[in-house]
Design a binder for this molecule. Structure first.
Ligand code: GTP
Ligand code: MG
Length: 478
């Protein structure tokens, strides 16, 4: 029937318009049969988005068997026919560099893929046999299309800026700069900001000087303190915007100000902030971030725990801010056709292979504790939510060691990144709730990082990716 419709469109319209309508009709048909989902892989910088997308493609295209993905129903019931990457729809974006990423993960000396510098996208097609329902009566074979977008995690933290004026943003950022742990190294910048006469005629070189100071401080917060709320994100990963004046702004103290004088330093800073929101953040959000059907939020809690109570608290705060900027809610069949909403959300405590298996559940409980309040509100709106500990690509394997009293201790084994040495390590038990500064153990937490560790037959290993797939995709493959 579709072919007839498309043929009649073809014959009545000129070829370009026909192609466009044919394409739209195909898209609508796919959506109307619920065979198309856009999956939001969300996470801050270094949370594991690129590794997750690479593992997803690799597991579905090359490792989809019952032993490897036992909890993914379409695989367990032998209904998955094949999966492959297909040409994407968004022609202006580069394609996700899957081949490069998998080559580095499965190299003779496996390495992690590079940090992402630009937005990119990938489309996957899963061909399967429907199990039941309308679809199984109409066809023997169905195809689920999955769209994925990867981007530098730093850009994600720009989304909360969408709802802030320059004055509001400045006041939030100055408050952060005056608090621990930022206050340890922000004094020089704060003095420079205080010395700037906001009402004076614009002094471009002075603004550039302070903007550079702010940039260096943001880099320090990222690299040394592993903080998350770092705005504007493009100062850290500029993409095509390196050197653009709209990146040269910083927070200023608005108190006692009620008028922005034209041509002043303040007017220029405000103009740049507004241009950044309008020309950079808004299109990024509108083009890629308000069309999702499903979402996985990858959280690297172990890295936050290694840094301390402030960094963990900031992760929680940042996740809460982010959740305000996605569309959630129960998505009916008709609504999904025209304005998709996220109806299933998975909070994933990633990199659980850095813990011994007995502590995986503690990590999931900690994440659950951090997002409890937000979860409650989303569940009220009908969103299905799960929290789990997982690992897209294992970097360690479980080993048992006997102590002096012959008691068995569960450890992990792998090649540690800092020293480059193979080591057996006994990871600490993570706390099962958010601890404040006073409750934090004196010795802190330490979770070393490891290079990827393949199976004996050179395959990627994972923890609970099959559960992740079943939760996010399972119902679409029935
Ligand atoms: N053990 C373990 N480490 C992981 C896993 N996934 C990612 N990592 C580590 O986390 C680092 C960052 O992973 P990426 O996938 O590049 O993270 P990202 O979210 O894409 O980061 P940006 O591109 O900077 O936003 C890697 O270099 C690894 O060290 C995992 O499943 N297990
Ligand atoms: Mg990445």
């Amino acid at each position: 029937m579709l072919d007839k419709l498309l043929n009649s469109i073809n014959s009545t319209l000129d070829s370009n318009r026909a192609k466009k309508y044919k394409h739209q009709a195909h898209q609508l048909l796919h959506r109307s049969f619920d065979q198309h989902i856009t999956l939001a892989v969300t996470g801050f910088s270094r949370s594991g988005k690129t590794a997750f997308i690479t593992a997803l493609v690799e597991q579905l295209t090359k490792q989809a068997n019952k032993q490897n993905l036992p909890f993914f129903d379409v695989v367990q019931s032998e209904r998955l026919i094949a999966t492959k990457t297909i040409p994407q729809d968004i022609l202006a974006l580069p394609t996700f560099a899957y081949k490069q990423a998998i080559a580095s993960l499965t190299d003779k000396t496996p390495k992690w893929p590079d940090s992402t510098q630009r937005i990119n996208t990938l489309r996957l097609a899963l061909k399967y046999q429907p199990k039941s329902g309308l679809r199984s009566h109409i066809t023997d074979v169905s195809t689920l299309i999955i769209d994925l977008v990867d981007y530098p995690g730093e850009w994600l933290m720009d989304l909360p800026m969408l709802s802030l004026s320059f004055e509001q943003w400045s006041s939030e950022q100055l408050a952060l700069l005056n608090q621990k742990p930022r206050s340890f190294c922000s004094r020089e910048l704060l003095t420079a900001i205080a010395s700037l006469d906001l009402d004076a005629p614009v002094d471009e070189s002075k603004l550039a000087e302070i903007a550079e100071q702010y940039k260096i401080l943001l880099q320090q917060f990222k690299q040394e303190m592993k903080l998350t709320i770092l705005q504007p994100g493009r100062v850290l990963i500029p993409g095509d915007l390196a050197g653009a004046p709209l990146l040269m702004f910083f927070p200023v103290n608005f108190s006692n100000k009620n008028k922005v004088i034209e041509g002043s330093n303040l007017a220029h800073l405000q103009k740049r902030y507004q241009a950044y929101i309008k020309e950079v953040v808004t299109p990024f959000y509108q083009n890629y971030f308000c069309k999702f059907d499903r979402q996985i939020i990858l959280v690297d809690l172990l890295n936050a725990l290694s840094q301390g109570a402030n960094v963990l608290a900031e992760q929680k705060n940042a996740i809460e801010q982010l959740l305000q900027h996605f569309n959630y809610g129960q998505s009916s069949f008709i609504k999904r056709l025209f304005s998709p909403k996220i109806d299933k959300l998975l909070f994933a405590a990633n990199k659980s292979d850095h813990l011994s298996s007995e502590h995986h559940k503690d990590l999931a409980i900690l994440l659950n504790n951090l997002v409890q309040q937000s979860q409650n509100e989303l569940k009220f709106d009908g969103v299905k939510i799960e929290t789990m500990a997982m690992s897209s690509v294992c970097a360690t394997k479980a080993v048992e060691v006997k102590d002096k009293k012959n008691k068995i201790i569960k450890c992990i084994y792998g090649k540690e990144i800092n020293s480059g040495n193979w080591m057996t390590y006994l990871p600490a038990q993570p706390p099962m709730r958010q601890l404040n500064e006073y409750e934090w153990p004196n010795e802190g937490f330490s979770f070393p990082e490891f290079y990827p560790l393949l199976s004996n037959d050179n395959k990627l290993r994972h923890i609970r990716l099959d559960h992740v797939f079943e939760f996010l995709l399972g119902d679409k493959l029935r």
